[in-house]
Design a protein around this ligand. Structure first.
Ligand code: BD4
Length: 279
């Protein structure tokens, strides 16, 4: 069992600020380091007191998330600074990312120009390619988990966050998991088949489609309809949203939204695709 820095009261070291977000795991709050005045993001995770409890996170899954983050130091992946444990809570001290979610950026602009989308995709692919080179899959890539380092700066950096569903593959390991967000999950997750890092490449295809059109390729009126659309590969480049989109961009998306995960292009292959890296 991993041992985190024991701290009776995290407020001895950090001033706790506003809530930045919350989820099944607990809360993310802005924190200010008393010793330096530096601002960070504190992810406050409630730990289950006993195996039968439904409240809070299993300690094992928190340990997994910490191990994954400790293996990932990259400019396009949120950085883990420290981990503290006090009573029934674990606090991850994370790089504060203040530019907001890519999701909100798209919503404000409806959709992006191809050159803006290419710039974002390049950085997402660099972060995901690094993750995959360490045999780590994110398994929950979506615009809400892709943040911008600064608001609207001309060269804002992408930061991939939230590794709560991430998994580090051991050689020869078979891994299955039914979690993720319906709009972004590939057929193999729905069919409960063995997974690989190719799960993330499908999600990147969905994210690219959304960046260019503001529409979600498989979304139906219900989750069940969305899942049926995914299994049937039921999506199209409708004229209303894609009439101005280049053939290269559509080819890039088509090479990712491939049912057979072994046929999907990898992050490294994406970075060499003519849409991303013109000849
Ligand atoms: C300014 C701001 C606002 C909301 C934030 C964050 C920062 C944030 C951050 C992180 C996470 C995991 C979630 C976060 N959230 C929650 C929403 C993420 N989808 C993080 O790791 N660093 C952040 O700054």
């Amino acid at each position: 069992m991993a041992v985190f820095n024991k701290l009776d009261n995290v407020e001895d070291l950090y001033e706790i600020g506003e809530v930045l977000g919350s989820g099944h795991f607990g809360q993310v709050r802005e924190v200010r380091e008393r010793a330096t005045g530096a601002h960070w993001a504190g992810k406050f995770l409630k730990i289950r007191k006993c195996a039968s409890s439904r409240l809070g996170m299993e300690r094992k899954s928190v340990e997994r998330e910490v191990e994954v983050l400790q293996a990932l130091q990259h400019p396009n992946i949120m950085a883990l600074k420290d981990v503290f444990e006090s009573r029934a809570e674990v606090v991850l001290v994370l790089e504060l990312i203040s530019g907001g979610e890519l999701f909100d950026f798209i919503a404000e602009k409806e959709n992006l120009t191809e050159s803006e989308a290419i710039e974002f995709m390049k950085q997402i692919l660099l972060g995901v390619g690094f993750m995959h080179s360490k045999q780590i899959g994110h398994f929950d890539l979506k615009p809400e988990n892709i943040m911008l380092s600064a608001k609207m700066a001309p060269n804002t950096d992408i930061k991939i966050i939230d590794f709560g569903l991430a998994h580090r593959f051991q050689p020869g390991e078979e891994y299955k998991c039914m979690s993720g967000t319906p709009q972004y999950i590939p057929p193999e997750v729905i069919n409960y088949e063995p997974l690989s890092t190719a799960v993330d490449m499908w999600s990147i295809g969905v994210i690219t489609y959304i960046l260019l059109s503001g529409m979600s390729p498989f979304q139906g009126d219900t989750d069940e309809e969305t899942l049926r659309n995914i299994i049937a590969l039921n999506y199209k480049f409708d004229d209303h949203h894609f009439s101005m989109t280049s053939a290269m961009a559509k080819d890039f998306i088509q090479k990712l939204l491939v049912k057979d995960q072994n046929e999907r292009i990898t992050a490294q292959e994406c970075l060499q695709h003519p849409w991303i890296k013109p000849l």
